[in-house]
Design a protein around this ligand. Sequence first.
Ligand code: 8YV
Length: 319
Amino acid sequence: MTQHRILITYPVEPAQMERLKSIGEIVEMYAADEDDDAFHGALDGIDAVLCSASRMVNADCLAKHADRLKVISNFGVGFDRIDIDCATELGVRVCNTPGVLNDAVAELTMALILSLSRNLMDADRFVRDGHWGKREFPFANDIKGKTLGLIGFGRIGLAVAERANAFGMTVIYADLRKAEDGRWQRVELDQLLSESDFVSLHVNLSEASRGLIGRDELARMKPTAYLVNTSRGPVVDSDALREALQSGAIAGAGLDVTDPEPPAPNDPLLSLPNVVVTPHMGTATFETSALMGELAVTNLIEALAGRVPPASVNDVPLR
Ligand code: 8YV
């Protein structure tokens, strides 16, 4: 059996490590996601890498360090930090982990919506500061009867729609493609922005979606509306968002992703009272992470064996 050299930069469960050990030599490198030099240097002489969606695999990295690289198995669904065209040109297969993380991200999206609508962060601080009495703490609002506008209506957007519907919300969506599931109303982006009480982003980061939500789009939102982002930070113009939050152009924001990540310690987003920020943890549950790890390992093993893996981002000749 050909022994491959496999680089792991994102932890997988012991059972998945055993699967990898059965096909090759494992090199583990868990340096910080931001340490590109350490990561790129570790790729030398590697046949396959399993890495987080935060790892940068750009053209320069591939040109200098991908001499033996055959497979990039992305532990995540977003592949915006991988130069797909360059990988394809070099015959490097890129795989990701779609589908298994839909529910986890949808659950966090609903958690952010509920936190914003009921001021949960403020309520917690209110009690910890020694206060009580529901008449003292400001009344909030139901989400029942409110409109949720989903920008991007793929698998995660649909998973959010079903949950929001169960909470009595009216769901509308904007997407370049009309959903096969006819239960949901598709509208133009401008209409979604002007009618929604909550706007939630569920798009891949690409050159087309970078800065999709800027000053003009935020100005179209209702001053009582909230922006929720569990997709990618750069989909939103961060300066425009800070201005809109500080001026009251929108009521608040729930952010699991920011630009940059992590946000600077003095970023106004971290001090504004109407903002909830979580550390890019949309998929960070025991159950979902296990499913993602299993799929990422299966993708890697299948691709190295010269078979089509379950979840490919690009199409390259089988080795
Ligand atoms: C990753 C993510 O799952 O799946 C994605 O695209 O954004 C992340 O939640 C996480 O960073 C591990 O790679």
